[in-house]
Structure formats: structure tokens, C-alpha cells
Design a protein around this ligand. Structure first.
Ligand SMILES: Cc1ncc(COP(=O)(O)O)c(C=O)c1O
Length: 368
């Protein structure tokens, strides 16, 4: 098996160290230890054993997730980030010759990983003109007896649009007629401006998540799968072949802050992200000469369409060279003509970055 390169990651890793303005990453800025202690009221005790290891996930984390998702312990598999969570789900459900539907535009690993496993990708369009909604009728036309999985994100990466409960239930019902599961990657769910319930509980829905994006705990890299029992147990068995056990200390630290302060973590996120989004909305309204867009439903990412007749890779590369501003080419999300921008940094940094973006775009337009 040969692992395909993920262009998005290569781009981020190569460029980020030299970027003056970074609107490319999709996480809110991280929690400091001081914030962590204040929110959780927890500190690792002196006699905490750093040698502890729990193959089936730290009990305290599983109990916390059980409350958050209103599920049984047997529905939970803890993982190293949503990356491992998604990998386990794909590996359990997809093999050579199977088909999976993947929203497009989308997040590259969500089709490159299953393709690496030998599965066949079927594109499920989420069109700009339809405000990135899934066309449920189109979806049923794409499903076949070979379809084993429908892959969605909520909020949608890259557009930041939410999918309501009704749409998700109808997608799941249609998938069920074909004997397929639906994977909903909910890593951005609690970034939604309006409270969104997890889709776990619909019989053929599997959700994945992690503490890396919205809660500012990327360094702990705790993730999870919440799945119907038959899938959770297969993922747990497979995990013995990937990480064996995830980092126990990270799981304990994640659990304590989620348990004590989940609403506060969301509040912290919203207090930072909302003013940024308000600012960005004004900026977009004032710069219709460069972009049109579908405003996101909260979160920290958006996917505007630019007017310039140039590939998204060329545009982003030129802007990076001129202004040291890092944004992501839409082509990495399988949609050229767009860029993915995030707004999770501190507001003054966002303001500076948007000034730099304006200068760069003005220069490019003037010199064409
Ligand atoms: C939709 C989606 N899923 C998963 C991940 C990876 O998550 P993690 O950092 O928890 O491994 C990302 C990262 O950007 C993402 O956007």
C-alpha cells in the first residue's frame, strides 16, 4: 500500500513557518495552561503515573463522552485525533471494490484515505449556487448496492455551512435502504453559531470528533469515534494495529476540561470567533470586486469564490510571495476558483491579514 501525498498538508507545512499572516489553519488559538487550570479546576497530582496506559481509552474520558453524546461506553472508541478516528472507520467499512460517497468540495484525507484502501470515490456535489447544501435527490441517484459509506462533515469543511437534523436524517434513511452507513465528521460541530446536536443516535450514523479545533487542545490530540456498537467494536479491535493505546495523559487532561467546562470552552470559542466573523462579513461586503461568498454558519473557516481568472494554486502562491499571506487553494478541496480562509486567529492579526490580502489582490488586479 502506498500512501498518497496530501497536498493540503504539504502546502501548510512548507509555507506556514514563513508566513507573516496565517489564515490557513482551521483551529481556534490554543488554551494556555493557565486557562486550562482555571476552566477545569484540575491539575495532574504529584503521584500521577506517567507510565499509565489504557488500550480501551481512559475511563474518565469515556465517561465524559458518554454524558456528552448520551451514549453507552460500548459506542465509544478513543483515538489520536479525528485523523485516526476517520482512518479506523474507513478501514473497517471499506475495502477493494467498495464505493463511498464523499461531499465535494471536501477535506482531502476524507477521500484520499479510503482510496488508499482500494475503495472507489463517488463525488457528492455541494454546490456554491445551492449554498453548499447536499441535494438529497441527487444523493439517492448516486447510491448503489456497492456503496458502503457516505462521508460528510458538519460543519462543512471547507464552507463552514451547517447541515440541519432533518437533512441528515433523510440522508441516513436513504443510505440505509442501500445498507450503507453515514460518517459525519463533527470536528467543527460546536463551532456552529447556533447550537447543533450531534447526529449520533440515528441507527446507521457514525460520528467522529476531536478536541483539536474548537476547544483549543490540539497539542493533546485527543479524538473519538461514537458509533453503533457493531462498528465501535470493530474499530476498537483495529486500533490494536494503529496506535494500540492513545496517549493516556492527554486523554485524562482532555476529559477533565470537557467534563468541568464544556459549555465554557464553547463560549470561549464563540467569544473569539464571532467578532472575527462579524469583521470578515463586513470585509467581504466591502470587497465584492474580489469575492462572492456564502457566509459560514459560525465556525472558523469559509470558502469564498474569487473573480480573477487564475488557478487557485497560482493565486495563493502569488499572494504568499507578495504579502506573505497564507490561505489555501480551493483545488486542495477539489474546487478550483475558490480559496479556503480561516479566521480563528486573534482579531488584530485577522485585520492585518485582511489588509495584506486586499493589497495583494489590488496589485494583482491592477497589473493584469
Ligand atoms: C474535517 C476534518 N476532520 C479531521 C481533521 C483532523 O483532525 P485531528 O487534528 O483531530 O486529527 C481535520 C483537520 O483539519 C478536519 O478538518
Amino acid at each position: 500500500m502506498q500512501a498518497p501525498r496530501i497536498e493540503l498538508f504539504d502546502w501548510l507545512l512548507q509555507k506556514a513557518p514563513q508566513a507573516t499572516h496565517n489564515l490557513a489553519f482551521s483551529n481556534i488559538y490554543g488554551l494556555t495552561m493557565q486557562e486550562y487550570k482555571a476552566l477545569s479546576g484540575f491539575q495532574l497530582p504529584d503521584d500521577f503515573e506517567l507510565g499509565s496506559n489504557t488500550q480501551y481509552g481512559a475511563d474518565v474520558l469515556k465517561k465524559t463522552l458518554q454524558t456528552l453524546y448520551d451514549c453507552e461506553m460500548s459506542n465509544i472508541v478513543t483515538t489520536t485525533g479525528a485523523t485516526e478516528a476517520n482512518f479506523l472507520v474507513f478501514s473497517v467499512l471499506l475495502g477493494q471494490g467498495d464505493e463511498f460517497l464523499i461531499e465535494q468540495p471536501g477535506y482531502q484525507p476524507l477521500w484520499l484515505t479510503p482510496e488508499m484502501l482500494g475503495a472507489r470515490k463517488i463525488d457528492l456535489p455541494r454546490r456554491f449556487e445551492d449554498v453548499f447544501k447536499v441535494d438529497v435527490e441527487k444523493l439517492s441517484a448516486l447510491l448503489t448496492r456497492k456503496t458502503k459509506l457516505v462521508v460528510l462533515t458538519n460543519l462543512h469543511n471547507p464552507s463552514g455551512k451547517m447541515m440541519d437534523e432533518k437533512t441528515l436524517s433523510s440522508i441516513a434513511n436513504i443510505a440505509l435502504e442501500f445498507g450503507a452507513y453515514v460518517l459525519v465528521d463533527e470536528i467543527f460541530l460546536h463551532g456552529s453559531a447556533q447550537f447543533l446536536k450531534s447526529s449520533f443516535g440515528i441507527p446507521n450514523v457514525i460520528v467522529t470528533g476531536s478536541a483539536t479545533k474548537i476547544y483549543g487542545l490540539g497539542g493533546l490530540h485527543t479524538g473519538w469515534i461514537i458509533a453503533p456498537q457493531e462498528i465501535a467494536s470493530l474499530c476498537q479491535r483495529l486500533k490494536a494495529h494503529t496506535t494500540g493505546a492513545s496517549a493516556h495523559t492527554s486523554e485524562v487532561l482532555t476529559a477533565h476540561v470537557l467534563q468541568a467546562a464544556h459549555p465554557m470552552l464553547i463560549k470561549r470559542f464563540q467569544e473569539r470567533a464571532k467578532p472575527n466573523l462579524d469583521y470578515l462579513k463586513k470585509w467581504m461586503n466591502a470587497h465584492t470586486e474580489f469575492f462572492d461568498w456564502v457566509p459560514p454558519d459560525g465556525g472558523i473557516i469559509c470558502f469564498p469564490r474569487y473573480h480573477m481568472k487564475v488557478s487557485s494554486l497560482d493565486l495563493c502562491t502569488t499572494l504568499f510571495k507578495m504579502q506573505k499571506i497564507l490561505i489555501n487553494p480551493g483545488s486542495f478541496f477539489n474546487q478550483d476558483g475558490f480559496v479556503r480562509m480561516s479566521f480563528g486567529c486573534e482579531l488584530p492579526l485577522l485585520q492585518d491579514a485582511l489588509d495584506a490580502l486586499e493589497k495583494g489582490l489590488q496589485h494583482l488586479q491592477f497589473n493584469r
